[in-house]
Structures are given as structure tokens and as C-alpha cells.
Design a protein around this ligand. Sequence first.
Ligand code: URA
Length: 216
Amino acid sequence: MADRDARRTALQRLKQQCHSCRACSLAEQRQQVVVGRGNPWAPLMLIGEAPGAEEDASGLPFVGRSGQLLDQLLVAVGFDLEQDLYIGNAIKCRPPGNRRPTPAELAACRPWLAAQLNVVQPQLVVLVGATALEAVLGIKGGITRVRGQWLDAAAAASGPLALELADRRLMAILHPSYLLRFGRDQPGSPRDLTRRDLTVVRAAVTGFGHRRPTQP
Ligand code: URA
């Protein structure tokens, strides 16, 4: 219980600190800082790119079209969205026009992501899209090559969040906004590949036996 209370308090403090962040110019145009949703006691954390318009308006990550598709895929492979996972983003404020965050913005927001990882302490981390792969592991490009595989410890150890990710298992998947550009569910389609990748993640989460408690 003490751990639960401490984690809840730490996340609330982190949200408050993020809300007063002015580390980059994205603070000037945001409506809200978007920190996370889901169960912060879950063994799995997904990290996306950045809030879009719907996320900026609601204050929650992945609630627009991409998020709805991501949720559908997660549910299709057996995840309970309230219990089994926690979702955040590489950066916490919306870039104007939903452009890709710049390297300077990723760097400015990285301490918040590091703090979030330290509070949530997920065993498994899924990097949703190329920007998350760059922000978390410093790997630019090549997501179609690395997606769907558990990345070895060296990948995390040589990245900018090495301390926060020590001993964690990481996998990159394609971003749902990319999946939306393609047809539906043909075998081998980006959507099909992502469903397969998430099935592997689901099996790994099941291996943790849901031992972690749900948010009260
Ligand atoms: N919404 C988010 O919160 N993150 C993304 O990466 C895309 C849409």
C-alpha cells in the first residue's frame, strides 16, 4: 500500500511539474500538458510520439484516430486497457500542426520521460513509432527493420535513457498513424504486422502474471 501511495503521489507531483514546464517553445501554444493514461502499476508502458489536437484538448494521450486504432489493436490481442498497461509520449506538449518533434524538443522533454519511467517502473516498454525509437534509444530510422523484436540490453544501454531502462525489455512497433495510411487487414500489411507484434508483447505481459495491482 505504501508503494501504491508513493507512486500515486509521485505521479501527481510529476504532472504538476510538467504543467509548469517552460523548457521549450511548445509550452507557448499548448492547451494542456499530456502526461499519461492507464494503469501506472501495470508491467507494460507504451511510449508514443507527441500529443495531437485531441490529446491537447483532452489532456490524455492517444485519444484521437491513431489512439483509437491503437486501442482496437491492443484489445484485439487481449489487453485490458484499464489494467494491463500505461501509455505516455516522448514529449508532453503538442507540436503545432502535429509536426514531428525536433531533436531539441525531444531532448528538452526527456527528463520528464525519465522521471515518468522511474515512477512507473515498467518491466516491458513498447516504443510506438520512429520518434519514440529515436527519443528513447537514440536510434534514427530503421523502424521497419527493428519492429517486432525484443531489443537487446545493449540498445538501451547505449541510449539516452540507459539508467531508466536497465533490465527492461523493449520492443518498437509501427505507429498507428502509419497504419491508417494503408488498407485494412491483409496478411503482411502494417496493421497485421502490428497485431502480431502486440501478440508477442501480450504473451510477455502474461508471463508477468498480472502480479501488479490495479490503480485503486
Ligand atoms: N497521440 C498521442 O498521444 N501520441 C502519438 O504518438 C500520436 C497520437
